[in-house]
Write a protein of this length. Structure first.
Length: 128
């Protein structure tokens, strides 16, 4: 099932990174902490504007759900997972190329990107 997403002013930089195969996180050079991409430009206590910084791309499954979708071909089971990046922030998205019954807490994954026609590049996760 193709995932269609579109940019707006708030997501433009994130999707520019995604188009290059890079998952961008927000980063405070003052505190050295990373934040999820949807975090605003300023964080209380960060004392400066947040920057965009590339994530290394690895992470671990924190939780997941396996929705069952009825298609013309039958029932499709997909996995949507909450991933904790190695840098700390959590993000949720599709976990692909995996048997839904084999997903476990702590399972190592890497971010990858899919690009449906008419859509921005979209982050997905694959088992390492």
């Amino acid at each position: 099932m193709p995932r269609i997403v579109a940019r707006d002013d708030a997501t433009a930089e994130f999707f520019d990174g995604a188009a290059l195969g890079t998952f961008l996180l927000r980063y405070s050079p003052v505190t050295g902490r990373y934040y999820e991409p949807s975090t605003s430009r300023f964080i209380e206590g960060a004392q400066s504007e947040l920057e965009w910084k590339a994530a290394a791309g690895g992470g671990s499954v924190v939780s997941w759900v396996v929705p069952h979708v009825t298609t013309a071909e039958g029932v499709e089971r997909t996995v949507t997972a909450i991933i904790q990046f190695d840098e700390g922030p959590w993000w949720w998205g599709p976990l692909v190329d995996v048997n839904p019954d084999s997903v476990r807490v702590g399972m190592r994954v890497r971010v990858d990107f899919e690009h449906a026609e008419g859509s921005e590049a979209f982050p997905v996760f694959r088992p390492e």
